[in-house]
Design a protein around this ligand. Structure first.
Ligand code: NI
Length: 388
């Protein structure tokens, strides 16, 4: 079954909402205009409950089916925030806010979930409760975690949760996902080395901080090469190595800044442990001191098996079986839907955005042609998951 007819009729309205959001991007938790529009529309659609201010500026809508005797509750999640990027498109609906743009398609995600909410509130052709979740601060602010920490899952009785993100490069009308890790854990690393400053001509009177820092940088790479199972994935990248000021002085301190990406929780634990041991071991070998600040940011986005199989079956109904890739390779970017998948079983799926610029590129634009596919996927997920 392709696009639902009633959904095709929504295409024009949802495109207009999407473009209005695109023109008015907001960052992080500061999504007041967007959240107000979302709440106002959910109320106008006749949602049974609309709650604002969850996880600071998140919005949740409750839509009960014609029957709720099944006791089933499924959550659908979209993100609302934009990025601090200056848009370079000449689109008629390009960002009106300097230095901010919807460069990751969250305008499209929000509009599609609103479209699905309207369809579900009008038809109610299911036995159970649909929870539509609109989160702030996906881009580095952990808004998904804030909503979970605010008790959202228990408060609304969410039993399973589903996410969707557009995928530039994947044809419109196609879907892709996988069981297990779809996106990586993305952690931050800050290492400070303190040696002993000295005259460059008298190294024996000091501890050369930069020699220690250089050895630390190289040794960190050998953790990936020598400690991580070659069939598992890990990346450590040091993006900044700062220390010293001039030719003839051994500096007292140096600092390394980096990121660590892993696809499995056990690889993440291993990387954190070995990085701390390696930095301290090398510093000690040279007689220097080191401090390591390993900041756990977003965890791995891990899709659950049963829910992923179900998501694939729903996508196959909407797109056709040959247009759903059930085992896409994972990517090393991070996503804070991971926090919701830690709280409840569920799945995140890619939806084709066609041949557009990549996410986070200043020429990116969400593809409005994907809208009916996305809404149909959400609608069928609820109707098939809670048949009534
Ligand atoms: Ni995104």
């Amino acid at each position: 079954m392709p696009i639902i007819n009633a959904v095709a009729a929504l295409h024009e309205d949802v495109t207009a909402w999407r473009r209005d959001l695109h023109e008015n991007p907001e960052l992080q938790y500061d999504v007041h205009r967007t959240a107000a529009i979302v709440a106002e529309k959910l109320k106008a659609f006749g949602c049974d409950e609309v709650v604002t201010g969850i996880g600071k500026t998140g919005v949740v809508g409750v839509i009960r089916g014609r029957n709720t005797a099944s006791g089933r509750v499924i959550g659908l999640r979209a993100d609302m925030d934009a990025l601090p990027i200056e848009e370079i498109t000449a689109l008629p609906y390009a960002s009106k806010v300097k230095g901010k743009m919807h460069a990751c398609g969250h305008d499209g995600h929000t509009a599609m979930l609103l479209g699905a909410a309207r369809y579900l509130a009008e038809t109610r052709n299911f036995n159970g409760t649909a929870i539509v979740i609109f989160q702030p601060a996906e881009e580095g602010g952990a808004g998904g975690k804030a909503m979970v920490d605010d008790g959202m899952m228990d408060r609304f009785g969410v039993q399973e949760v589903y996410g969707m993100h557009n995928a530039p490069g994947m044809p419109v009308g196609q879907f892709g996902t996988r069981v297990g890790s779809l996106l990586a854990a993305a952690d931050f690393l800050e290492v400070e080395i303190e040696g002993k400053g000295a005259h460059a001509a008298e190294p024996h009177k000091g501890v050369d901080t930069l020699v220690v820092a250089a050895n630390v940088l190289l040794a960190l790479q050998s953790i990936v090469a020598r400690n991580v199972d070659p069939l598992k994935s890990a990346v450590v990248t040091i993006g900044a190595l700062n220390g010293g000021f001039t030719h003839n002085v051994i500096p007292q301190t140096a600092k390394l800044l980096g990121t660590v990406r892993t696809l499995l929780p056990e690889t993440r634990d291993l990387m954190e442990k070995r990085i701390i041991e390696t930095v301290h071991g090398i510093a000690a070998a040279y007689g220097a001191k080191a401090t390591v600040d390993y900041k756990r940011n977003y965890p791995c986005t891990v899709n659950h098996a049963r829910e992923t199989e179900f998501a694939v079956s729903v996508a196959a109904e909407v797109a056709g079986r040959d247009r759903v890739e059930a085992n896409v390779p994972p990517i090393m970017a991070g996503e804070d839907f991971s926090f919701m998948l830690e709280a409840r079983p569920g799945n995140m799926i890619w939806i084709g955005n066609g041949d557009t610029a990549a996410c986070h590129h200043p020429a990116y634009d969400f593809n409005d042609a994907a809208i009916p596919h996305g809404i149909s996927y959400w609608a069928r997920l609820i109707e098939k998951g809670m048949p009534g």
